[in-house]
Ligand binder design. Structure first.
Ligand SMILES: [Zn+2]
Ligand SMILES: [Zn+2]
Length: 397
């Protein structure tokens, strides 16, 4: 299909010329392949992965376009790409979202059905802006969708600000929680209340689980409550791992959480999560993404607890539609529309959590000048090797 007459002929993009250096460029809008789609970027988010790239910590990407969480508007589409991946007809002006990666359908993982692990997932996101079709990332006026990226029309009721988080964070959480098979009435402990953590709270509550959240940033904990967390554990109030462990045990009849979800992104959180999940429990790891950061690991401890540990990278493309369906039902409520809105809930759950046996640890702490890094700081400072006591805690033996 031809572009509309009022379609601009060039677009602008921001890219990282080297770590922590932003540059801008302008390029002609690309010619369409028969299966391609040219879109305007309505809104793009800053994902945590972008910060890793920006700081030069990504294992491969040291230069190039940034941005992969976004909501888009169709400008033009090729002759063979007339519907989205559910068969819904596309029209110029439609709002759509797309997977930020492709599934090539020909690599060993794709052929074997592990589509989220496609070897060629970043064939285009990894290209440099000077390479056609130029618009490989979302911090730009335009974006080019390749034939093997899934696209879905966005239901009208989902605001742009909510839809923009669907194609990375929410789909990731949805897929991970399915992979760990969270069940109704199970207790899930979510480590980290950033974007992934808040989505995990919402999805877990919708599944009928009981949700505990650990973080060290007051604003995040407030959002965690707004998104439905049943109990929050503040690292500032319980700076020692042993105290957090005791708190979780008290909330779980001395057992530990049925399921742990690591979305903190710091290795120490992984080591801690192994302690906080019950014997025979399951542990989903999605936040620790950057190879090279290590933490002591005690395989015997994990065997004694008979834990199932599931690491998940990316998601199956069909989960993007599941995420949109979820947002169409839940994404217009207050915490989604404005996640900075203070929770209307009373702090009852937090107060109840302050049982006498932990009250000694709960003196109010003064604000930290490094509050934004408090979660990582808290874990880094208080974690210790798993085998310090040489065996699982009594409650899990
Ligand atoms: Zn992302
Ligand atoms: Zn593949």
């Amino acid at each position: 299909m031809e572009a509309r007459a009022d379609t601009p002929v060039t677009g602008r993009l921001a890219y990282m010329s080297e770590p922590r250096v932003l540059a801008y460029a302008e390029y002609p809008l690309p010619e369409l392949e028969p299966d391609g789609i040219l879109v305007e970027v309505l809104r793009a988010n800053v994902c945590g992965s972008e910060l890793h790239i920006w700081n030069g910590k990504h294992p491969v990407k040291k230069r190039g376009g940034l941005g992969h969480e976004m909501v888009l508007r169709v400008l033009a589409f090729g002759d063979r790409r007339t519907t989205d991946n559910r068969g819904v007809p596309l029209a110029v002006g439609d709002r759509i979202v797309c997977t930020y990666f492709q599934t090539c359908q020909r690599c060993p993982q794709c052929v074997g059905g592990q589509y989220n692990l496609c070897d060629n997932a970043y064939e285009f996101f990894g290209r440099q802006p000077e390479e056609a079709p130029h618009f490989h990332a979302a911090f730009a006026t335009h974006y080019y969708i390749h034939p093997l990226q899934n696209v879905y029309k966005v239901p009208d009721e989902i605001p742009d600000a909510v839809a923009a988080g669907a194609n990375c964070a929410l789909s990731q959480v949805f897929y991970g929680i399915d992979q760990i098979a969270l069940q109704q009435d199970e207790t899930v402990l979510i480590q980290g209340a950033g974007g992934l953590g808040l989505y995990a709270i919402a999805v877990a509550k919708e599944r009928g689980a009981r949700v505990l959240v650990v973080d060290g940033v007051a604003a995040r904990l407030a959002q965690a409550r707004a998104f439905g967390a049943d109990h929050v554990i503040d690292i500032n109030e319980l700076p020692e791992l042993e105290d957090r462990e005791r708190a979780v045990l008290e909330l779980t009849n001395g057992r530990g959480a049925d399921v742990g979800v690591e979305v903190a992104g710091v290795p120490a959180a992984f080591a801690e999560g192994l302690r906080l999940v019950r014997r025979g429990g399951r542990y989903l790891v999605m936040g620790n993404l950057s190879p090279g950061a290590t933490v002591p690991f005690d395989p015997g401890y994990v065997t004694r607890k008979a834990l199932t540990i599931r690491h998940v990278d990316r998601y199956e493309a069909r989960y993007l539609w599941k995420a949109l369906t979820f947002l169409a039902e839940h994404g217009t409520s207050t915490p989604w529309k404005n996640s900075s809105t203070p929770s209307s809930r009373s702090p009852t759950s937090r107060w109840r959590w302050r049982s006498p046996s932990t009250a000694r640890s709960l003196a109010p702490s003064s604000p930290s000048p490094t509050e934004g890094n408090r979660y990582e700081h808290g874990y880094t400072r208080t974690s210790r090797p798993l085998d310090r006591r040489g065996a699982p805690p009594a409650a899990v033996r």
